[in-house]
Design a protein around this ligand. Structure first.
Ligand SMILES: [Ca+2]
Length: 288
């Protein structure tokens, strides 16, 4: 959900970034077979088994209605717009006046409660529908070590805009590959039942590539070493820990590009589970 980071990350930079060396090769020189990783273990998960409030030991919130740098219309609340029901986390976007905004919704985050470097992340989700909705399952850097957006990176596991129903996007953003200069790296896949059935949206984050999956089908791989021989932090800031964000935006520069259909609300994103797996082999992998 790239652009609104420009506003939100200002609050999220705890320390000034260290001087970043843009000459160092990062995502190159690893000798391994990504199809032969056999030791993935579940390290973090939420099955949403207990109805009621979301588990605050695993999740927190981004709160507010400033437009998130992207002209979004919703105010993000806490438990008013998100809860656990029938085994799923529910995020509900509503048309209602609240704190000066015309819509409410929620943005649930695992920051400082679930933060990982490398791994496989599976999110089983059913998406909202209707013109003006913009749900996302995505990741941001926890420590912003390489500076503010986009320099420290962003991983969009799943984005969907309601005016383009069933077209699901996976993307990465870095200093040299990002939306604001038209160079972001993305894959798309049509999911015919994105809003009526649950589907598994995943990434496999490795030391030199990120593979994007829907229902275990690898539809896009970001592999910068295929494009440049020496991917630096400008192409690969993905060697620091990241956390998860789950939200429905209403309107905004992308989601609202064809307006907002006021008659569709309320709209829900439901999440059956979030499962994070890591491999000791990958964690300990050194360059050859
Ligand atoms: Ca569940």
């Amino acid at each position: 959900m790239f652009i609104f980071i420009l506003a939100s990350c200002k609050d999220e930079e705890p320390t000034p970034p260290e001087e970043t060396d843009y000459s160092l090769c990062k995502a190159a020189g690893y000798d391994y077979d990504p199809a032969a990783i056999t030791d993935y273990e579940l390290v973090w998960s939420d099955e949403f088994d207990v109805d009621g409030e979301i588990d605050k030991t695993k999740w927190g919130y981004d709160i507010g209605g400033s437009g998130w740098g992207n002209n979004e219309l919703q105010y993000y609340t806490t438990d008013l717009n998100s809860w656990v029901e029938n085994g799923n986390m529910v995020i509900e976007a509503r048309k209602e006046n609240y704190m000066g905004n015309a819509y409410t919704s929620a943005r649930v985050i695992s920051k400082n409660k679930g933060d990982w470097l490398y791994g496989r992340i599976d999110v089983m989700a059913k998406l909202p529908t209707g013109v003006g909705t913009w749900p996302a399952i995505w990741m941001l850097p926890t420590d912003w070590r390489y500076g503010s957006w986009p320099n420290s990176g962003e991983i969009d596991i799943m984005e969907h805009v309601g005016y383009d129903q069933n077209v699901v996007h996976g993307s990465i953003h870095t200093k040299f590959f990002n939306h604001s200069i038209g160079t972001q790296r993305s894959g798309t896949r049509v999911v015919d039942t994105a809003s009526t059935e649950f589907h598994k949206y995943s990434i496999e984050w490795l030391p030199d590539r990120i593979k994007f999956y829907i229902d275990d089908f690898n539809y896009f791989t970001f592999h910068p070493n295929r494009q440049v021989s020496c991917p630096t932090v400008g192409q690969w800031p993905f060697d620091m820990r990241f956390h998860l964000l789950l939200n429905i935006a209403v309107g905004g520069n992308w989601g609202g590009a064809q307006g907002v259909d006021e008659t569709i609300f309320p709209q829900r994103m439901e999440i059956d589970y979030v499962r994070v797996y890591q491999s000791e082999f990958i964690t300990n992998l050194q360059k050859g």
